[in-house]
Ligand binder design. Sequence first.
Ligand code: GNR
Ligand code: NI
Length: 176
Amino acid sequence: MALLNILRYPDPRLHTVAKAVAVVDERIRRLVDDMLETMYAADGVGLAATQVDVHERVIVMDTSTERDSPRVLINPEIVARSTELALAEEGCLSVPQIYDKVERHARVTVRALGRDDTVQEFEAEGLAAVCVQHEMDHLVGKVFVEYLSPLKRERIRTKMLKKTRDEQQQQRRAAA
Ligand code: GNR
Ligand code: NI
């Protein structure tokens, strides 16, 4: 197992559209395991392969409070969605320390392959519904800040660039 590097907004690679996984083989199982380790280490509730610069349709998530219920979604599809919408605060490991409200479908029914290559279908609501929709957006190159106003997005972009620059400067100082 290995910790993977998480791309930070506004990295252009976050806008890559992922391809379907052709076969769930050893390579994909290793990716899933590394993504789970990376998600837990970062205290995230979900992680999409796009965020670790792998452009294939793979998502891991765990919305349990005990952090003991990993879920793996390979080639996920939303097969039903509620007309009812819900507004909830979101954050993203690729946009650290930024939180804002996004409106999504309140419930979604998801069909995907699991780590064992079998089809699973489940209905998600609450945080799980938010998370599935947030992760599936990553797979088509969309980051949640794109739902915010252009002004907010521009402020976030500037803040993230500065944060990354400051951290790199800090790392150079530590290495010197
Ligand atoms: O860890 C995460 N928390 C979260 C909180 C509210 C709505 C969505 C999320 S997903 C995020 C992890 C992440 O960036 N996944 O792509
Ligand atoms: Ni995210």
